[in-house]
Structures are given as C-alpha cells and as structure tokens.
Design a protein around this ligand. Structure first.
Ligand code: ADP
Length: 452
C-alpha cells in the first residue's frame, strides 16, 4: 500500500474494475479499494446478460438492430424520464464495450431477450451459468495480469478535497488502520443502496416490506461520499423491484429474466398465465402484485434449461421443483393439473404461431415447453436495483446542483443516477458498468495528464 496513486477506484464491481483496467492501460498508477472480503459486488450476482446493439454476435444470429431502436425502447421502458445525454452516450458505446471485453478474453457470444426489448440484445457467455461470476472472474484475471493492486477489507471512509479539487481518500485498512491516500483522480464505483434501510426508508419506504437480491455491501456509501464533496443526487426515489426472485429460504435468489427470454412462462396459483412475461420489470411486478396471491410460478422445461444455463444453478440449488410430466409437476406444486396442461398446450400453440392471443407476448418465443423434465420455481418480487444516485454527465464527471463539476471526482455504475429513468431494462446494468467504467478510466487519465 503506497501513500499516493494517480487514480483511486472505490469499489470492485464491474464498473470499478473496468475503469481501473482502462486507466492503467492509459498509463495511470491505479489502485482499487474494496470494503468487503470478496470482490464483485452486485455485478457478481448478475444473471442474464449485457445489452448491446450492432454487435458481431447479433449478426451471427441474423439480428439486424440499431442504436436508435435501443435508445427508443430503453427510453420507453424508463417512461421517458431517462437522462438523454447519458442514454445517447450509452447506446453509442455498447458495441465497443463488447469488443473491449473480447480483447480482454471475456467473450459474450450468446444472446437472449429481456423485457421491453424488441430484439435479442442481452449478450451472455457460452456455457457459463450466469454472466456475473464469469465477468467478474474475467476482469479479476486482468487485474492480476496487469498487476493492478486491489485491497479488500479496505473501506473508503471519506474523500479529501483541497482547493475545490479532490486530492485523495481516507481509508480504513485492516493492518494500516485509518490512512490518507493521495490521488489525482477518484472514481466512486461503490454500487447501489438497496441494503441501506435508512436510505430506503427515506426514498422508498413502501419497499421496506420486500426482500432484496442485493449483496450486503450495497449500502450506498458513495451517496454520502459524493454529497459531502458537493455532488448532487438524482432520481433517488426510483428503486426497481425485480419480479422474479425465489425467496423460500432466508436467501433471496434472483431468477434471471433470461429464463423467460429463453421461453419460460409465468402462471398464477390456479395454473393460468396472467401477463406478457416479456413486458418491462415494473409491468410484470405489477401483474404479480395484482394477483394478490403468494407470488407466482415460473414454468419451463429441459429445452429451456439447456439454452439458458443459469437454470442449471437454480436446479442445483433446489430452487426448482421438477416433474416428468406437466401433470406430475402440477401435483407437486399444488396447482390444478388440468389447468396447467391446458395453459402449456395453449402456450405451445401461441409460441409456434408466434401469436400470443392471450397476452400479446412477442419475444422469448423460440421454443415451446415440451421436453421432459418440466420445472417450476415459486417466485415473488424483490428489491433489486437503485436507479437513482450521483448526478454525472456523459464524461462520468460528478456534478453539483447547478451542473458544475467537482474536479477530480468521477462516478460510474449503480451508484450513479439518470440513465435508466423510471425503470431499468434487464441487461442494461452490466452494459452501464462496462460503458461508463471505460469512460471513467479514459476521463480520469485525461484529467491526470492535464495536471502534469
Ligand atoms: P457496479 O455494478 O456499479 O460496479 P457493484 O455493486 O457490482 O457496483 O460493486 C460495488 C462494490 O463497491 C461492492 O463490492 C461494494 O462492496 C464496494 N463498496 C461499497 N462501498 C464501499 C466503500 N465505502 N469502500 C470500498 N468499497 C466499497
């Protein structure tokens, strides 16, 4: 541990690690501080994929896409309240983000649909169960190869400001204790605040009754760091509830949207579908809430499991119940077998004719539910993502209330607000971390060079 670095990165999620790698490649002396023992934050828990358009993988699957429709559909999903500067930068840089990952041995060569997207955009690793661990391990491998130091169990307590410029951080290190580390630029990449009950009770008190899919470190430390340094906050009351989380034990397991994207359906406790499963997260959550039942049930088959490999994890963790026939499955989960058989056979017709006359679903219809064994997962909505956070511009510079920058201070990833508007699209958080993580690394390098 040195007493000075060019660039200090707070947090070892995908945003922080990406920024550190990018900045080091541009010549900076970089360090990452991570308060927990394990690296990866919420990024590690990401399940489905990374949205990107106009990629080689899309072309491989004959998907002709455009930045314009990605922009429009993300804006629609966010109910028009997304920060347009951030969104515009975002859709223009997802393809290069995928390429950048590929240059760093992180290959996302498979693709699935997520809610609210008319085309398949969520890029996934081939064969791996979830994108999160694959991505975090791949980035960590790069840190090792590039000798970028990461200090875990090292919490950043505050930022140091000198003459209006950020000049370092105060950390608490397990051996060295409290220590000031000087830096020419600092990135806050400390993630969201869904695990902070005080902040949640201020901004989203109605959601305190729900469980959360978030890792324990998602306590919004960056919110306080930024505001103390003069940064502004935006959209803090916009907190996303994910419709499908398995919550039978005291652990809340996220069941990735890619399962529906690969063909799973949702049924109520009478065995009937009740919504377009590929609507946006806020809409699917509302449909489940409107049932006034104990959540709902995801139904899929072996064919879907083979395509969306995260399902192997759900089965291995015993989150899913299985049956050799639809009837057997229905009996095991206490649903009327005739209803479920009728639901599945109707769905298979809608899927084959690509016309869901019941709920108008248009994506995630590549395959029916017809290959034994069949699976069911009981799900309920859970707090998943804090869309609000630190106000930034598309250069990832932290802004104050009147839009001025806080020199030397950058923020990227879930800790920032604005990109997603009222409702984040599944698959956009991982792309946000790579797109804006890279941007933060570049802008930090530019800033540091301008000082010398
Ligand atoms: P993102 O997806 O934006 O990269 P993540 O949730 O994946 O965010 O990662 C954020 C990381 O930052 C987590 O590993 C979390 O433990 C870490 N972190 C949060 N607060 C601090 C802090 N005060 N000091 C150091 N690390 C922090």
């Amino acid at each position: 541990l040195k007493s000075a670095y060019d660039f200090v990165v707070i947090g070892s999620g995908a945003a922080g690690m990406t920024a550190a790698i990018q900045a080091q490649e541009l010549g900076l002396d970089v360090v990452i501080f991570e308060k927990l023992n394990n690296l990866g934050g919420n990024s590690m828990r990401a399940s489905t994929g990374m949205n990107a358009v106009e990629t080689m993988t899309q072309l491989k699957y004959q998907i002709i896409d455009s930045q314009e429709s990605f922009y429009e559909e993300t804006l629609k999903g966010g109910k028009g309240s997304n920060n347009k500067e951030l969104l515009s930068y975002f859709v223009r840089h997802t393809e290069s983000a995928i390429e950048w990952l590929s240059h760093h041995n992180i290959e996302l060569n498979e693709i699935v649909s997520t809610g609210g997207m008319s085309k398949k955009r969520a890029h996934r690793p081939t064969g791996a169960t979830a994108i999160g661990s694959y991505l975090v391990n791949g980035l960590q491998q790069q840190l090792v190869e590039k000798h970028i130091p990461v200090f875990n169990q090292t919490k950043v307590l505050s930022l140091v400001k000198n003459d209006g410029h950020i000049s370092g951080v105060e950390i608490e290190h397990p051996q060295a204790g409290k220590k000031i580390i000087n830096a020419k630029a600092v990135l806050i990449a400390s993630g969201g605040f869904a695990q902070n009950r005080t902040l949640m009770s201020v901004y989203a008190p109605d959601l305190l009754r729900l469980g959360t899919t978030n890792h324990p470190g998602a306590t919004g430390d960056g919110i306080k760091l930024a505001t103390t340094a003069g940064g502004a906050l935006v959209d803090m009351n916009k907190v996303q509830v994910h419709p499908t989380a398995q919550q039978e034990t005291d652990h809340v397991y996220l069941i990735g949207e890619g399962l529906r994207g690969a063909g799973a359906i949702l049924i109520n406790h009478s065995g009937k579908r009740f919504t377009n499963e590929m609507a946006t997260r806020d809409q699917v959550t509302k449909a489940i809430d409107d049932l006034h039942q104990d959540g709902a049930i995801l139904i899929f088959d072996q064919g879907i499991r083979e395509v969306f490999k995260a399902a192997d994890f759900y089965v291995a963790m015993r989150l899913a119940v299985s049956g050799n026939t639809i009837c057997e499955l229905a009996e095991k989960i206490g649903v009327n077998p005739n209803n479920l058989e009728e639901t599945v056979s109707s769905w298979n017709i809608y899927q084959e004719t690509v016309e869901d006359i019941a709920f108008g679903r248009q994506t995630g219809m590549d395959r029916g539910i017809e290959k034994s064994p069949y699976y069911a997962i009981h799900i309920k909505p859970a707090v998943h993502y804090t869309m609000g956070g630190i106000k930034i511009n598309s250069l990832t510079e932290v802004l104050n209330e009147i839009g001025e920058t806080v020199p030397g201070l950058f923020a990227a990833g879930e800790v920032t607000g604005g990109l997603h508007g009222d409702n984040r699209i599944g698959g956009n958080s991982i792309s946000e971390t790579i797109v804006f993580g890279r941007q933060a690394g570049k802008q930090a390098a530019k800033h540091v060079l301008s000082l010398s």
